[in-house]
Design a binder for this molecule. Structure first.
Ligand SMILES: [Zn+2]
Length: 85
């Protein structure tokens, strides 16, 4: 099951289809409904770049999570995606 964009929990279940036919999911962790295709807009590109810079300066992911309030799984995903274009 896809990861919840709000709380990064993988404890999610299928929750029927939206009107446009895309599968929607329900997070058992926070109760939020979401489409796995939809991009969360919680963090701006500037914030993302700042965090990636911090990681390059060898800040730990736990440190990033504490300072920026961004879940380390989210940061790992950004690292895999590469720098902001
Ligand atoms: Zn959730």
């Amino acid at each position: 099951m896809p990861e919840c964009p709000a709380c990064q929990s993988t404890h999610t279940v299928k929750n029927g289809k939206a009107k446009n036919g895309t599968q929607t999911y329900l997070c058992k962790g926070c109760g939020r409904r979401f489409h796995p295709e939809a991009r969360p807009i919680a963090h701006s590109e500037a914030t993302r770049q700042q965090i990636l810079d911090a990681v390059h300066e060898r800040m730990s992911l736990r440190g990033v999570q504490r300072v920026f309030g961004v879940h380390r799984n989210t940061v790992i995903r950004w690292i895999k995606k590469g720098p902001v274009k």
